[in-house]
Design a protein around this ligand. Structure first.
Ligand SMILES: [Fe+2]
Length: 191
């Protein structure tokens, strides 16, 4: 799959409840995200299911434990993403492969807090279980769908992709890339 399609698959949360209904949606919360941009880079924050608990148990939002209820992803243009949550940091680096526009390699490394394995163990799990769930969702769902998108584009089934008004991370990434290669910014359609 083209490396830009891979980056796209991490840049919005609207697909979560549909594509990942049986996997990642059990942990993360769909349809809620924020973005802030800095030059060609951006920061995207999504919530996890614990935010619903907070709504009931802790009415004062100022006391909400930010790191425990969010995943913050930093997109470093062009090809590096760093995901930070309460357990640690995941680093995803996407590289074009074999000089082909159809292939890329994702290198995933992670760094966890020393206490994390202990906490998982008390619940009869290990951090590797969580990693497996993440990688299954990404590999068997996101990347599988991205390959279909790429195939459709190659077969000219679909000549355009419409990015929604709330998919700001994707707008920013594509506009950053377009400006770097001397293309006009994405055209904007009136609603
Ligand atoms: Fe996804």
């Amino acid at each position: 799959m083209n490396w830009k399609l891979v980056v796209d698959s991490y840049g919005e949360i609207y697909h979560l409840n549909v594509l990942h209904a049986k996997t990642a949606a059990k942990e993360a919360l769909g349809n809620v995200q924020t973005i802030d941009t800095f030059r060609n880079n951006l920061r995207m924050v999504v919530a996890n299911q614990k935010i619903n608990l907070m709504r009931f148990s802790m009415p004062n939002m100022e006391h909400w434990p930010y790191k425990q209820i969010t995943v913050t992803t930093y997109f470093f243009y062009p090809n590096v993403m760093m995901m930070v949550d309460t357990f640690g940091v995941d680093l995803l680096r996407i590289f074009p492969l074999e000089d082909s526009p159809r292939k890329s390699r994702t290198i995933h490394t992670w760094y966890i807090h020393p206490n994390v394995q202990k906490i998982f163990k008390t619940h009869g799990r290990s951090y590797e279980d969580r990693l497996r769930t993440f990688r299954d969702a990404v590999g068997k769902e996101d990347y599988a769908m991205g390959e279909d998108v790429q195939l459709n584009a190659e077969m000219r089934v679909q000549s355009e992709i419409l990015l929604g008004r709330n998919e700001g991370a994707l707008h920013h990434f594509h506009n950053a890339h377009r400006s770097r290669i001397g293309r006009d910014l994405l055209p904007v359609e009136d609603a």
